[in-house]
Design a protein around this ligand. Structure first.
Ligand code: ZN
Length: 212
C-alpha cells in the first residue's frame, strides 16, 4: 500500500525448528523458546508464479509450512487473545539455501542470506480459520512431482500458533497483513529445475509452485 511517500511493508516472520523431528533431521537441539528469523518482502512469490532456482546458492531445500496472516495490529498479545489476530491461514514454502545456511551457522553468523533471498517465500491460497476448522489439528503435506516428501500436523508443533503470536509480539508490533511462517515438518530436501511442488492443507490443494 502506498500513501504519498509513506510505504507500509509487510513483515515476514518465520519460526525455525518448530517440529521436533525436523530439528533432529538437521542435528539441531529442540529449542526451549521459539527460534525466530525474518525475510524481506522482496522474498515473496504469489499467484502461482514459478520459483527461479538461483545458481550461486548451492542446495536449496523446500520447507512446506502453515502460514498465518495477521488481521489486526497488536503488541504484547496475551496467548488467550492470540487467535483473534489470525485473519487467514494458508501454506507457504520457506525456501532455504541449505549449503549456505550450514556455512553461516558454522561460523556463528546470521541466516538472512540463506533464508531471505529473492523468491524464498512462496505463498499459496488463503482460507479463513473457520473454513479449515481451526482451532483444531491441521495437517500439511508436500508432494514433489506427485510423490509425498513432507507430512505433518499441528499436533506435532513445539509452539502453538497462539504461543508464537504472543512470543513474537513481545519484540515486534504485529501489523495487519504481516505473515508468520510457523515451521516445517520433517522431510526437507533439495529442489531441482523442472520440479513441480504441490502443498495440501487438510488434504486440500492450496499451493502450487514450479521450479525453473
Ligand atoms: Zn522454515
Amino acid at each position: 500500500m502506498r500513501i504519498g511517500l509513506i510505504f507500509t511493508a509487510v513483515k515476514i516472520i518465520c519460526i525455525g525448528r518448530n517440529y521436533a523431528e525436523h530439528a533432529r533431521e538437521l542435528n539441531n537441539d529442540v529449542p526451549g523458546e521459539p527460534v525466530v528469523f525474518m525475510k524481506p518482502e522482496s522474498a515473496l512469490i504469489r499467484d502461482g508464479k514459478p520459483f527461479f532456482l538461483p545458481d550461486h546458492l548451492g542446495d536449496v531445500h523446500h520447507e512446506l509450512e502453515i502460514v498465518l496472516r495477521i488481521g489486526r495490529n497488536g503488541k504484547h498479545i496475551a496467548e488467550r487473545f492470540a487467535a483473534t489476530y489470525i485473519d487467514r491461514i494458508g501454506l507457504g514454502i520457506d525456501f532455504t539455501a541449505r549449503t549456505l545456511q550450514s556455512d553461516l551457522k558454522g561460523r556463528g553468523l546470521p541466516w538472512e542470506l540463506a533464508k531471505g533471498f529473492d523468491g524464498s517465500a512462496i505463498l499459496g491460497d488463503w482460507q479463513t480459520p473457520e473454513a479449515v476448522q481451526w482451532p483444531g489439528i491441521l495437517s500439511l503435506r508436500l508432494e514433489v512431482n506427485g510423490e509425498t516428501r513432507q507430512e505433518g500436523d499441528t499436533g506435532q508443533l513445539l509452539f502453538s500458533f497462539e504461543q508464537i503470536i504472543s512470543f513474537v509480539s513481545r519484540y515486534f508490533t504485529l501489523k495487519m497483513g504481516d505473515l508468520i511462517f510457523t515451521g516445517t515438518p520433517a522431510g526437507v530436501g533439495p529442489v531441482h529445475r523442472g520440479d513441480r511442488l504441490q502443498g495440501f492443507l487438510n488434504d486440500r490443494p492450496m499451493l502450487q509452485c514450479k521450479v525453473c
